[in-house]
Design a protein around this ligand. Structure first.
Ligand code: NAD
Length: 239
């Protein structure tokens, strides 16, 4: 048996980038995986490539009605939700004086409010089942400041804090919540940053597969005594 046999997992932003790597890794560990994303074409292609233990659900993480629909459809299809990976995210940047209200609102809405809404949507189902694991994707930008990334940093610190308040409140319900903090990883989000210019002790930028082990571990019972914890996967960038 594999680590996640029979577990039902929802991965937001699962259609591409890091989310798609989590989907493949969790599926490979035996899980039944819901790819939940705005990107319908990419999400459907990935789910159909993986086969019967994968489904695509259209989801805008900022839409609470859409969350209710995705959770209900998952319970209907597979009987519950054991793991939620809140991975969907966007980034934007600019000097503070030029950092518009629209930029701020957009990054807070997706990265922070979207994570909050996801946790709220799955907790009743997890509670009824006697527990579950929530894996919230923060960033190294949720650990320290970063020039120009005002809303992104605020949202990622927020995700880290929200994770801890959920861990404290819901531990006795068997629900664990932990955060993952990637450094620079090669995806569509980071194409404009050259990793060779970053102070990375391991001497290279990250690849999406570099993050999969931490997410599978937090999803699984191997991390049964961990909640409210942070796993940093950054090649040593913040060491
Ligand atoms: P990406 O842009 O390749 O993927 C993001 C995914 O989220 C896309 O599939 C997108 O469609 C989806 N998404 C965006 N808004 C959404 C919404 N409102 N509802 C549903 N889905 C939505 O980026 P990525 O690099 O794979 O990032 C994934 C996560 O990892 C993000 O939370 C990001 O902040 C975090 N992260 C990335 C890096 C990095 O270096 N790439 C580093 C630290 C943290």
């Amino acid at each position: 048996t594999r680590r996640l046999d029979d577990r039902v997992v929802i991965v937001t932003g699962g259609a591409r980038g890091l989310g798609a790597a989590y989907v493949r890794g969790l599926h490979g560990a035996g899980a039944r995986v819901v790819v939940a994303d705005l990107l319908e074409d990419e999400g459907r292609v990935l789910a159909s490539e993986l086969g019967e233990r994968a489904r695509f659900e259209p989801l805008d993480v900022t839409d609470d009605a859409a969350w209710a629909r995705v959770v209900a459809a998952t319970v209907q299809a597979w009987g519950g939700v054991d793991v939620l990976v809140n991975n969907a995210g966007i980034a934007n940047a600019g000097p503070l004086e030029h950092y518009t209200r629209a930029k701020w609102d957009a990054v807070i809405a997706v990265n922070l409010t979207g994570t909050f809404l996801g946790c709220q949507a799955v907790v009743p189902v997890m509670r009824d089942a006697g527990g579950g694991s929530i894996v919230n994707i923060s960033s190294v930008e949720g650990l320290r400041g970063s020039e120009g990334l005002h809303g992104y940093v605020a949202a990622k610190f927020g995700v880290r804090g929200l994770t801890k308040s959920i861990a404290v409140e819901l531990g006795r319900a068997g629900i664990r919540a932990n955060s993952v903090h990637p450094g620079w990883v090669d995806t569509a989000m980071t194409t404009r940053i050259d990793p060779s210019r970053l102070p990375i002790p391991l001497g290279r930028g990250g690849r999406p597969d570099d993050l999969v082990g931490a997410v599978v571990f937090l999803a699984s019972d191997d991390s049964a005594y961990m909640t409210g914890a942070e796993i940093v996967v950054d090649g040593g960038m913040t060491a």
